[in-house]
Design a protein around this ligand. Structure first.
Ligand code: AMP
Length: 416
């Protein structure tokens, strides 16, 4: 399939897709949209950056509009649950963009923002609600929303819901949904408990999957920089002298770390901001907006704060600290190289992080090439991995490597 035209979406949606500049459906869209338009339940294994939002949002808008434009006070006809406020806001933005030629209203309800306007909107009647679980339960318990008219239910980033402890809330919410409905669930990974949740929620689902390997790890040019912990700040300033780093997402392990790095960058004359769980919703939103609009060049974030952030044109991801969870690495680097663009991920690795790097390389089944041409290269860490880290011998370290023959050889690779 090389165009959206074959997907039988309503013309107002096709016009919006074209306005967005999309010409070709992404693999997850190509696989999901036909099944969803037929009203089937679906289990999608895909992460952010694959185009999964449009994969569920387009058929949702199509089907709700096809069933009439009616909206009832406090009774949405579609419900999308997302784990974070940012993601809920972004999904709602996407619904508005794709649904701009349809007479449907959508609204996001999440914690951290005043509840009054959300209650007012619900009372007026909206067709589609995008919600985080906690705020939705509050609204349900206070009688401001009823779910008995929901025709389509979408659970996005189910594995993040699990990580963040929201599954009990999700179960309370799904118990209030009508039996007769279409259900869609997306998750980046499929641990057993998520499969169990899917089994309980979905009826004879179509399963579609796009492997993270193909969507991120292969498209992102990755480098590791060995550096002593106390030299990391000097290294990031040095790297930022490269003008090719136009828009960079910097990851730290802790909230304080994020603040410290953002402060350090600001003091070095690099416009930046930090986002993490201790910042108010308004501050986070402002930081995101400034990053999107290019007012700031670096956004420093913790893993939780960065979940689901959808900013186009992130040229680089810098892992100031390596994540403890190797899967987080894949999520992090997936913030660059979105929708077919190229991206570069630079990871700092100090003495204590050598184990994390090994675990990451096992998960991605690649050896991350070393970038040595910087003033803070720590040869002793490199030696720990052996001089041949990027040599043929090094590449054999993990038996189950994917075929990476398409990747350029190190000698011909440009410095990042
Ligand atoms: P998502 O995985 O839903 O977070 O989407 C990732 C990014 O891809 C978003 O910025 C979308 O605007 C963009 N996108 C989604 N579908 C397409 C498409 N078919 N062609 C080009 N860009 C797309």
């Amino acid at each position: 399939m090389n165009s959206f035209l074959g997907l039988e979406l309503a013309p107002p949606l096709l016009r919006a897709i074209s306005d967005e500049g999309y010409t070709t459906p992404s693999p997850i869209q190509e696989k999901s949209i036909p099944a969803l338009l037929k009203g089937k339940d679906l289990l999608g294994v895909a992460q952010t950056g694959t185009g999964k939002t449009a994969a569920f949002a387009l058929p949702l808008l199509h089907r709700i509009a096809a069933n009439g434009n009616k909206s009832l006070p406090r009774k949405p006809r579609a419900l999308i649950l997302a784990p974070t406020r940012e993601l809920a806001g972004q999904i709602n933005d996407s619904l508005k963009a794709y649904g701009r030629n349809l007479p449907l209203r959508s609204s996001a309800v999440f914690g951290g923002a005043s509840i009054r306007p959300q209650i007012k909107l619900l009372a007026k009647g909206v067709h589609i609600i995008v919600a985080t679980p906690g705020r939705l339960l509050d609204l349900m318990n206070q009688g401001h929303i009823q779910l008995d008219a929901v025709e389509i239910f979408i659970l996005d980033e189910a594995d993040r819901m699990l990580d963040m402890g929201f599954i009990p809330d999700v179960k309370k919410i799904t118990a209030a949904l009508p039996q007769l409905r279409q259900t869609v669930m997306f998750s980046a990974t499929m641990p057993k408990s998520i499969q169990g949740l899917a089994d309980g929620l979905l009826k004879e689902p179509v399963r579609v999957e796009v492997s993270p390997g193909a969507t991120t790890a292969e498209k992102v040019e990755q480098k590791v920089l060995f550096v002593a912990k106390e030299k990391k700040r000097a290294l990031i300033t040095e790297l930022m002298t490269d003008e090719n780093i136009e828009r960079v997402l910097v990851f730290t392990r802790t909230k304080h770390g994020a603040d410290r790095v953002a402060r350090h960058l600001e003091q070095s004359g690099i416009k930046s901001a930090a986002i993490h769980g201790n910042k108010s919703q308004n501050t986070r939103q402002r930081a995101l907006d400034s990053f999107r609009s290019g007012k700031i060049r670096a956004l420093v974030a913790t893993d939780i704060a960065a979940r689901g952030i959808d900013v186009d044109g992130v040229t680089h991801v810098i892992n100031f600290d390596l994540p403890n969870e190797p899967e987080s690495y894949v999520h992090r680097i997936g913030r660059t190289a979105r929708a077919g663009e190229k991206g570069i991920a630079l990871s700092f690795c100090d003495h204590e992080e050598r184990g994390c790097l090994r675990d990451i390389e096992k998960v991605i089944r690649q050896t991350v090439p070393v970038k040595e041409d910087h003033p803070f290269h720590a040869a002793d860490i490199a030696n720990y991995f052996g001089q041949s880290k990027d040599s043929a011998q090094g590449k054999k370290r993990y038996g189950k490597r994917r075929n990476n023959s398409h990747r350029p050889r190190r000698s011909s690779r440009k410095a990042a």
